[in-house]
Design a protein around this ligand. Structure first.
Ligand code: NAD
Ligand code: UD1
Length: 311
């Protein structure tokens, strides 16, 4: 079996690649290394890696024709809500057009794939009051990032139904763990908090810290992705989360306890396009036999221990 992972040198992608290699897949990665790094991939010597832009249609089409993957996991993206507000046009090209064009090419050449998995986001739910978010909850995307994720998942599902392609979409909530790149001001908050604790830097808190998120550890995300692949799930949207709601203030307090250090916190204005409250219903995932193995304190402790060992 051969799998193509776009964004496979990034945070979630590289963990997925490790798992696929260990499960015996031949793995092909396309990543432009804008946020990822080849060193993220544990078994990089066993993986075919193309350093390329997923927006390069000619390249992507040749790649599909040459490699003919059975499974395609589309993770390449501008992954930050705040970054998408700075760069809406680039975000649209990567997060929407590149996915759509690949799907259209698969349809044209009738590539016999076993699964096409698109990685959408909890951001699509926006700020409607209903919590927890179920896959059939109403959506109200409020940022270019969220709008592109939602539009793309609709195309991915419609192509699945209309052209009989085995497509599936996942909505990740807030994933954390080793290899999340903290170097950008738009990086995931737990990677930034980790850096601040590691190097005793001040942490900038946007808003009053009452915003909530459903933080899910990377190993649980890989468990979920693998279940979706093994069970050949298609024509569905599935939340991938922990199923518990934590405020930013709550996680900052917990992380300081785990690290045995206190943080200097600088207050700043709330960012635009923010979701105030987020937590998932994970009933659909549970029906695929998913169970959370990494509650927040356990996951955060593991993450911190790994980071401290690296320092
Ligand atoms: P990441 O930034 O670590 O990974 C994305 C990878 O895509 C990076 O390695 C980057 O170099 C690559 N990339 C970006 N633009 C590219 C381009 N034009 N061509 C080729 N490669 C390109 O982010 P991540 O957290 O691993 O996110 C993976 C996917 O999951 C993304 O689609 C993201 O939107 C989605 N997602 C992530 C989270 C989260 O909490 N991390 C939550 C919801 C959805
Ligand atoms: C994150 C993901 C996004 C995903 C979404 C799903 C990243 C970079 N973003 O977006 O891909 O689709 O979850 O829910 O992985 N914050 C601070 N200080 C900082 C950084 C962030 O206070 O230095 C705050 C933010 O304003 C926000 C919260 O922390 O309220 C979480 O921010 P962030 O990690 O960027 O995540 P989301 O915007 O939820």
């Amino acid at each position: 079996m051969k799998a193509l992972v776009t964004g496979g040198a990034g945070f979630i992608g590289s963990h997925l690649v490790d798992h696929l290699v260990e499960a015996g897949f031949d793995v092909v990665v396309v990543d432009d290394l804008s946020m990822g790094a080849i060193s993220n991939i544990k078994h990089w010597e066993d993986v075919t890696i193309y350093v390329a832009d997923v927006c390069n249609d000619e390249f992507m089409q040749q790649l599909l024709a040459d490699e003919r993957p059975d499974y395609i996991y589309f993770l390449a993206a501008i992954a930050s809500v705040a970054d998408s507000i700075e760069r809406p046009a680039e975000t649209h090209a990567v997060n929407h057009t590149a996915v759509f064009n690949l799907l259209e090419y698969i349809r044209q050449i009738q590539l016999p794939i076993k699964q096409f998995l698109f990685t959408s986001s909890a951001a699509v739910y926006g700020n409607l009051p209903e919590l927890p978010k179920r896959e059939d909850s109403r959506v109200a995307p409020v940022s270019p990032y969220a709008i592109d994720k939602y539009a793309t998942e609709r195309f991915v599902l419609a192509y699945g139904e209309l052209y009989d392609l085995p497509t599936v979409c996942v909505r990740f909530f807030n994933v954390y763990g080793p290899r999340q790149n903290p170097s950008s001001p738009y990086s995931g908050v737990l990677s930034i908090l980790t850096d601040c604790l590691k190097y005793q830097r001040p942490f900038t808190l946007f808003g009053d810290g009452s915003q909530t998120r459903d933080f899910v550890y990377i190993q649980d995300v890989i468990q979920a992705l693998w279940l979706i692949t093994e069970k050949r799930v298609q024509h569905e949207v599935i939340n991938i989360a922990n199923g518990s709601e934590t405020s930013l203030n709550g996680i900052i307090k917990m992380y300081q306890e785990i690290a045995g250090q206190s943080l200097e916190i600088k207050q700043a204005e709330q960012r635009g396009g923010e979701v105030a409250h987020s937590v998932a219903s994970i009933g659909k995932l549970a029906r695929l036999d998913y169970s959370t193995e990494w509650p927040l304190r356990k996951g955060l402790t593991k993450y911190w221990e790994g980071e401290r060992a690296d320092a």
